[in-house]
Design a protein around this ligand. Structure first.
Ligand SMILES: N[C@@H](CCC(=O)N[C@@H](CS)C(=O)NCC(=O)O)C(=O)O
Length: 262
């Protein structure tokens, strides 16, 4: 498909949610343009479209959609072939369940590791404690994923699809922190196979090129950049023992929650 469809994605290549959307667009063979808002003015203009101020955000016609699940559903319903998911409601339910686990449980751990190693929100004992918590959780999640995969199988069922697109960005995200599925497990074998898919390779090389420089990111925290602490991330930080990190972020005004009506 080569026609111009006017699909424009606001993104950051490292975001696993963005990667999921890109994988869905590639799977359908849909051409799209993309950009990541950098300056304060771009961020303000683009994020005025979303009460969350998050990427991914997909613009199409007069729509500005946020949230990777909403976006992927829109893509699948608008361009139904090839289908992102199997037809059976049972199989779909399992995929949605895995997606929810990745989006709202697994991700908090890699996000927390970035808070420690890139944004340096904690040092010393607290950093060790948060890191250990994240590492242990991720290894447990690897086991959980392993149990949902048969040898040679896909999370989507008989072939690669949404079920895999919603897992691979997060598992690759853990590899950035040197956390890998155990050798010899179905998950490790799946990861090798899924990373050979062209679209996955493409999103991974874009992510590698966009790797965050810790010093730049720490400086950003003192010059107006606020990291989003909503929902599962806030809960993760508190549960992992980092309530002081939250208090400090509020006091330094470099964490934020959802926007509110003004
Ligand atoms: N539930 C959303 C989550 C999107 C999300 O959390 N995006 C992050 C990037 S990974 C973001 O834009 N965060 C903004 C910030 O940290 O300020 C989705 O599925 O799209």
């Amino acid at each position: 498909m080569t026609e111009h469809l006017g699909l424009h994605l606001l993104e950051h290549p490292l975001s696993p949610y963005v990667q999921k959307v890109k994988l869905a667009l590639h799977f359908k063979g849909l051409p799209f343009t993309s950009a990541y808002p950098m300056t304060d003015a771009e961020i303000a203009e683009d994020f005025a479209l979303s009460p969350r101020g998050e990427v991914p955000l997909l613009k199409h016609r007069d729509l500005a959609l946020y949230d990777s699940r909403v976006i992927c559903t829109y893509i699948d319903e608008t361009w139904p072939e090839p289908a992102l998911m199997p037809k059976s409601p049972y199989a779909r339910a399992q995929i949605r369940w895995i997606e929810d686990a990745m989006d709202t449980h697994f991700e908090a751990n890699t996000w927390g590791l970035a808070e420690v190693t890139i944004f340096r929100r904690a040092t010393g004992d607290l950093a060790d404690r948060l890191t250990r918590h994240a590492q242990q959780q991720i290894l447990n999640w690897f086991q959980w994923l392993d149990q949902r995969l048969s040898d040679g199988g896909w999370f989507n069922g008989p072939s690669y699809g949404w079920g895999d697109m919603c897992v691979v960005p997060f598992v690759n995200g853990a590899a950035r922190f040197d956390l890998h599925p155990k050798a010899g497990t179905p998950l490790a074998a799946w990861l090798r196979r899924v990373n050979e898919i062209d679209a996955v390779r493409l999103t991974q090389s874009a992510a590698a090129e966009a790797e965050l420089d810790p010093l730049t990111m720490q400086a950003a925290l003192t010059s107006g950049f606020k990291r989003e602490y909503r929902d599962h991330r806030l809960e993760w930080m508190i549960r992992a023992g980092g309530i002081d990190v939250v208090a400090q972020g509020l006091s330094n005004n470099n964490i934020r929650f959802n926007g509110s009506f003004s």
